[in-house]
Design a binder for this molecule. Structure first.
Ligand code: ZN
Ligand code: FE
Length: 257
């Protein structure tokens, strides 16, 4: 199967997975790029997976559903106009013959969900919307640091080879911040060079992998001594309090230029 990030707006990716005949799309914030791609590639859309209610993720939903008749799956606890199958933690959906498991990931929004599958020959797949970005995480619009930390913990526990399909190309700015948090992290420095090369060639930095994110993403590393020390230097956060460390790193990122 092929995994394709369709660029939309300034820095969104609308992820498409297809087998040459049938396709799924995640978070169609804009209908046009999705319908154009389906038409060009001669694909039938089987399903739309929605992660959360923000307009850049559902703006094209009604139009894509009407044009294709695709089944729609989305979070049970968010106000998303139906018809859709409403899913929460542990629910499953079979799409393109793949078994997707739903993980509740509150924090960016209160009812945000992610979709995980053991995937195909390309490896496991995670569609995580605006919860986990490469080198970063979503802003806490509707949730607490404790909720977001627990959500990211559940994603970090997925297999290392999991392909992480984030909804935005925020990687380079995230990595500039990550380097300020962990200037001594060699894996992070190497990953930053790699991603700068990709962007210089106009290529996406995504999908990332869970294994790489665990090595380089400060928001998955709030229990690392170097990250805790950086949080303490920022606002005095106690290294013993992992939520306080996480909250400090998130606050620092909000202010970082
Ligand atoms: Zn969002
Ligand atoms: Fe978004």
């Amino acid at each position: 199967m092929k995994l394709v990030p369709l660029p939309a707006f300034q820095d969104n990716y609308l992820w498409v997975l297809h087998d040459g005949h049938r396709a799924l799309v995640v978070d169609p914030g804009d209908a046009r790029p999705v319908l154009d791609f389906l038409a060009q590639a001669g694909l039938q859309l089987e399903a739309i997976l929605v992660t959360h209610h923000h307009a850049d993720h559902i703006g094209g939903l009604a139009q894509v559903r009407e044009a294709t008749g695709a089944a729609v799956y989305g979070p049970s606890r968010e106000a998303i106009p139906g018809p859709l199958q409403r899913l929460a933690q542990g629910d499953r959906a079979t799409v393109l013959g793949l078994d997707f498991r739903v993980i509740d990931v509150p924090g960016h929004t209160a009812g945000h969900i992610a979709y995980f599958s053991d995937g195909d020959e390309g490896g496991p797949l995670l569609f995580c919307g605006d919860t986990l970005f490469s080198g970063g995480c979503g802003r806490l619009f509707e949730g607490t640091p404790a909720q977001m930390l627990a959500s990211l913990d559940s994603l970090a526990a997925l297999p290392d080879a999991t392909r992480v399909c984030c909804a935005h190309e925020y990687t380079l700015s995230n990595l500039r911040f990550a380097r300020a948090v962990e200037p001594g992290n060699e894996a992070l420095a190497a990953y930053q060079r790699h991603c700068e090369d990709l962007r210089a060639r106009g290529e996406p930095t995504l999908p990332a992998t869970i294994g790489e994110e665990r090595r380089i993403n400060p928001f998955l590393r709030s229990r690392e001594p170097a990250v805790a020390a950086a949080a303490r230097a920022f606002n005095g956060a106690s290294a013993e309090d992992e939520v306080a460390v996480f909250a400090a790193i998130r606050q620092w990122k909000n202010e970082f230029r």
